[in-house]
Design a protein around this ligand. Structure first.
Ligand SMILES: [Zn+2]
Ligand SMILES: [Zn+2]
Length: 279
């Protein structure tokens, strides 16, 4: 599906164009054997609202960023290795149709395409790339994934205590484990979730209890297995607001990029009938 594009001039040019649009803010993307399969604008459901984002599908990674000037300048580049990706179709909401979730261990988020056909194109392309990557690396599909953050607007009250009402002064926070919108009081604890961060992260009171119980059980099992020489391992639970992650940002800070972008999708590979075929 992609092999005929590998190491071709046109593929190198396309990748160089992407690199130049991200400029110094992005990573080098050219790599031997890497193929840019397609690109297009998808709507990404962010914490505050849904925003257009430019997506580039390579045979081994999915890259996305915010749009400063379409086809000219992008920033806030994110690179997702495809072997970590699983997709989940989502039902439409009042605000968005043609939605699906892109799930990885570190981060999961919801995107939507302009049409059902586009969604189908994206999904079948991504899934084909994931299958090829898994075959190539011998890995099995990932089963654990980060909970997507529930958008701020979804609730006016804390989803744990259901008492605290959010306002300009009473801030929303997100549990990194379940993605719920919670108040400060219901998310005082921090817990080390190595998949997400090397530092302990904010979790809600319910997730904290579950994680701590799980940890105690793991520790009991280790001791039961009898390994006295083993160092008592670092406790993963930390109480109190200590880790300075309180800005709660989901790294989509930029104010621009909300314009009305053409959402035309271009796929460069053959094998399926694409709405816009280039090769
Ligand atoms: Zn609460
Ligand atoms: Zn939680």
């Amino acid at each position: 599906m992609v092999d005929h594009l590998a190491n071709t001039e046109i593929n190198s040019q396309r990748i160089a164009a992407v690199e130049s649009c991200f400029g110094a803010s992005g990573q080098p993307l050219a790599l031997l054997g890497r193929v840019l399969l397609g690109e297009g604008v998808l709507t990404k459901e962010c914490r505050k609202k849904a925003k257009p984002r430019i997506f580039f599908l390579f045979n081994d990674i999915l890259v996305y960023g915010s749009i400063v000037l379409n086809k000219r300048k992008y920033r806030s580049q994110h690179i997702i290795p495809l072997e970590e990706v699983t997709l989940e179709l989502l039902p439409e909401t009042l605000q968005a149709k043609n939605r699906w979730m892109i799930k990885t261990a570190k981060k999961s988020f919801v995107v939507s395409a302009a049409s059902a056909t586009e969604r189908q194109e994206w999904i079948s392309h991504i899934e084909e790339c994931v299958r090829r990557q898994l075959r190539a690396t011998g890995r099995s599909p990932s089963t654990e994934h980060a909970a997507p953050w529930i958008p701020d607007k979804a609730t006016d009250i804390c989803m744990r205590c259901t008492q605290t009402r959010f306002s300009a002064l009473t801030r929303r926070h997100h549990c990194r484990k379940c993605g719920f919108v919670v108040c400060a009081e219901c998310s005082r604890q921090r817990f080390l979730l190595p998949r997400l961060s090397p530092k302990p992260v904010r979790v809600c009171s319910l997730c904290y209890r579950e994680l701590a119980a799980q940890q105690r059980q793991e520790e009991a099992e280790e001791q039961g297995a009898g390994s006295p020489g083993q160092q008592a391992h670092l406790t993963r639970a930390i109480c109190g607001a200590s880790s300075g992650d309180d800005d709660d940002s989901d790294e989509d800070k930029e104010g621009s990029g909300d314009g009305d972008w053409s959402s035309r999708v271009e796929f460069y590979s053959s094998g399926v009938a694409w709405s816009a075929f280039h090769s």
